[in-house]
Design a protein around this ligand. Sequence first.
Ligand SMILES: Nc1nc2c(c(=O)[nH]1)N[C@H]1C(S)=C(S)[C@@H](COP(=O)(O)OP(=O)(O)OC[C@H]3O[C@@H](n4cnc5c(N)ncnc54)[C@H](O)[C@@H]3O)O[C@H]1N2
Ligand code: MOO
Length: 396
Amino acid sequence: MTPVPWDEARAAAYRAGAAAARPAAEVPLAEADGLTLAAPLVTLTDLPAFPTSSIDGWAVRGPAPWRVVGRVLAGDTAPPLPDDGTCVEIATGAMVPAGTEHIVRVEESTLDNGLVTGQPRPNPEWRVPGEEAARGEELLPSGAPVTPGAIGLAASCGYDTVSVRPAPRAAVLVFGDELLTSGPPDAGRIRDALGPQIPSWLRRLGAAVDMSVGPVKDTLDAHVDAIRAALDSGADVVCTTGGTMHGPVDHLHPALAELGATYVVNTVAVRPGFPMLLAALPGGKFLAGLPGNPQSAIVALTSLVAPLLAGLQGRPLPALPTVTLGAPIRGRGSYTHLALVRMDGGLAYPVSHVGSSMLRGLAQSVGFAVVAPDTDGEKGATVPLVPLPMLDGERS
Ligand SMILES: Nc1nc2c(c(=O)[nH]1)N[C@H]1C(S)=C(S)[C@@H](COP(=O)(O)OP(=O)(O)OC[C@H]3O[C@@H](n4cnc5c(N)ncnc54)[C@H](O)[C@@H]3O)O[C@H]1N2
Ligand code: MOO
């Protein structure tokens, strides 16, 4: 098995996801948060749709003084101003009557005996139709995430529902008879450190996690049965942990063979995490095999699962930000080195406790600095960063 270069593996995972992108569905705006636009958001109307007063005051026609002939509030349909020397009282957000030449601010006017006087400001005090957007204009591209702001924009331009790609559905299966699900490690057994964290990372990557099971017994039959059950539950992506190598109780590869899987990626030239894999299963589904060593599993999650999920959601392949190294990071020969870093004063520094079996370094990092094959990361060098998918406020 020749490990695939890391950047090629990442691109292959994205391509596989994009080719199997979830079909579009119309969903009500209130349910679209966090999903992905499956079509461009094109405004159904001019924005604003009609001339709209931006102040409270008087809509006036001709020279002062102006005789008050009515009142127009937000939500009213405004009749035209009939003659020069007339005005209507107007509220912010109200439709501006045809014939209006100026709107005079209430605090800059005087009302006396049914007659208004005042000095209009030089700039129009109303919003012109199409000022924000012209009917038919594209406001957001297909593939854009549906943020709260996008939901508000869709509502303002007339949508009740939007066409989105639903969240990919994910299942997590943890392999390993040595794993405990509560209490401290003891007598050769350790705590499952992946079952409790992988679903949360997956949700931050836009997946809906319906199922998280483990530890699954270390037999081939139990592996095959668990994967089948995850697929039957409707998962688009099954993430397994452990068993990616070829030890006495590593059953993932034989299980994939039994399930008729084909490899999208089978081992990656990256440290840590090289035994990671991504397989396509019959029915357009995927299995991501995350190595059992906990840090390596997260390397695989960010290297293969993140781009796969972006593709399945119809999003672009996330561009990697760059960071400047505040201290050198050794390369790993012909393999890419993904090195956990924390930020300090705008520079990225390697953290300690970064053995592949450890999580202490990961828990205080923002992501992995990418040290390219056959290079060392020199102090001051600018390198890509694979971010951990954290929410604002979770990064320090
Ligand atoms: N002969 C070789 N052995 C190994 C090699 C190798 O090149 N030749 N590579 C090592 C590397 S690198 C990795 S990574 C692991 C990958 O192993 P598996 O994916 O098959 O995982 P396991 O053997 O099941 O477990 C490895 C390690 O991780 C611990 N583990 C597993 N699951 C969890 C969990 N949910 N929470 C916490 N810790 C977990 C497990 O107890 C093992 O210590 O293979 C190396 N071996
Ligand atoms: O590649 Mo393993 O994932 O180093 O520990």
